[in-house]
Design a protein around this ligand. Structure first.
Ligand SMILES: Cc1cc2nc3c(=O)[nH]c(=O)nc-3n(C[C@H](O)[C@H](O)[C@H](O)COP(=O)(O)OP(=O)(O)OC[C@H]3O[C@@H](n4cnc5c(N)ncnc54)[C@H](O)[C@@H]3O)c2cc1C
Length: 378
């Protein structure tokens, strides 16, 4: 199947982004992408397509010991501890999934849903469509990043390098127009262009920038909440999907406990419920709340997996306490800085669907498209 180029998904207008046409003077240019989540990896993929005929090198610097960022899966069980759904209006993400040949799983939602508010009894309700046609991915949402990584490093061995365990601590724009990137281990890397594919709030609080960015931009980036950064997600695995036996959808909401929202997470490899919780929730609190709303069948999960994203320093930083709100970054956050050398390229700064996987794919493609135009000098 022919792969989609970024300018086939998005028109080549700049969406408010100001591009100063100052391509790197060297015949070979070095692009550094900071962050190997969906946005950073998608950006690298689209750049490799657009720069096919140019001499270039892409280095992806990732702070963690894994790629994926806010996608984190247990692939053999098709389970997600981070993002899980791609919704039907999320067309850029869906076409990327198709191009990469990743299998999908329809979100199960047949049957009765349960609601508990205050001290009231559990109410049973037959809801219409709950998940807006959402799908999950075979191998979990992490398979999107794993497949992108595989494609980038196998097909583009000579042009793309991914460096794990490499947190960036500072970026300096030198007078010779090069960017000097310093890593936590004090090593430094010189680049012609840098794409910041990490949450803006995290970038502002953890990476030192010289010279300083305009105050209005810094303020806006600091206010840009990182979606789900303070959520805790738990998965309860069971021998049987007993809720399906009881004609329940697996969807439930409680505002009475720290565990607040349940969804079916089963597939042909396991039976499971996943639960969105407030940060700081314990495994026992998840089980207790699940028993309270679903009954005693829930008491003995065969396994429980949990990630509290508020403790993830490469997602939430110390200042991010946002749960549900989606970022609405204005055009100023989509403008490149330092004569087109510095770009903001993560989901939260997308012009649409910010905070979702869709925003990450869209923004990765937009930055790749605009940067490639600048480099190729069209
Ligand atoms: C619990 C949870 C559930 C979610 N559910 C959904 C869902 O169902 N559907 C959906 O569409 N979205 C969902 N999301 C949101 C989705 O995960 C994000 O929109 C998407 O993954 C963002 O990708 P990104 O690449 O922009 O950012 P990130 O995934 O945050 O990637 C940023 C990367 O930068 C790295 N990094 C950070 N600091 C540095 C540094 N100093 N140096 C180098 N690297 C650094 C990080 O380690 C990370 O890999 C969910 C998120 C969570 C946490």
């Amino acid at each position: 199947m022919a792969s989609t180029r970024p300018n086939e998904i998005f028109n080549t207008q700049n969406n408010g982004s100001k591009i100063h046409r100052e391509p790197a003077s060297d015949s070979s240019c070095h692009i550094v992408i900071i962050g190997a989540g969906v946005a950073g990896l998608a950006c690298a993929r689209y750049l490799t397509h657009s720069l096919e005929k140019k001499s270039y090198k892409i280095t992806i610097l990732e702070a963690r010991d894994r790629v994926g960022g806010r996608t984190l899966s247990i692939p053999e069980l098709n389970l997600d501890l981070g993002a899980s759904w791609i919704f039907s209006p999320h067309t850029a993400a869906l076409s990327l999934v198709r191009e990469l040949n990743i299998g999908t799983i329809d979100q199960y939602e047949d049957g009765i849903s349960l609601m508990k508010s205050g001290n009231s009894d559990v109410r049973r309700m037959r809801l219409g469509e709950i998940h807006n046609g959402a799908i999950r991915l075979k191998g979990g949402a992490g398979s999107l990043c794993a497949t992108l990584l595989n494609e980038l490093t196998v097909k583009n061995q000579t042009t793309v390098a991914v460096q794990l365990n490499s947190p960036v601590i500072s970026i300096t724009y030198e007078t010779n127009q090069k960017l000097n990137i310093e890593l936590r281990d004090k090593k430094s890397i010189v680049a012609d262009y840098v794409v910041l594919a990490l949450p803006p709030k995290l970038f502002i609080s953890t990476i030192e920038i010289t010279p300083q960015l305009p105050k209005s931009l810094t303020e806006e980036l600091s206010d840009c909440d990182t979606w789900m950064a303070s959520t805790c997600k738990a998965i309860l695995q069971y021998e049987r999907a007993w809720w399906k036996d009881q004609k329940l959808s697996g969807f439930a909401v409680s505002r009475q406990s720290k565990a607040q929202e349940w969804h079916d997470a089963s597939s042909d490899t396991c039976n499971a419920l996943f639960v969105f919780c407030l940060s700081g929730t314990t495994k026992q609190q998840v089980i207790d709340a699940t028993v309270k709303i679903f009954g005693n069948e829930a008491i003995n999960p065969t396994a429980i997996h949990m990630v509290d994203w508020s403790n993830e320093r490469f997602t939430s930083g110390s200042t991010d306490h946002s749960f549900g709100g989606h970022a609405h970054a204005s055009n100023i956050c989509r403008q490149s800085q330092w004569n087109g050398r510095l770009w903001f390229g993560n989901s939260e700064v997308s012009d649409a669907h910010g905070g979702f996987i869709e925003g990450a794919v869209r923004r990765g493609a937009q930055v790749a498209n605009q940067l490639a135009e600048l480099i190729v000098g069209k």
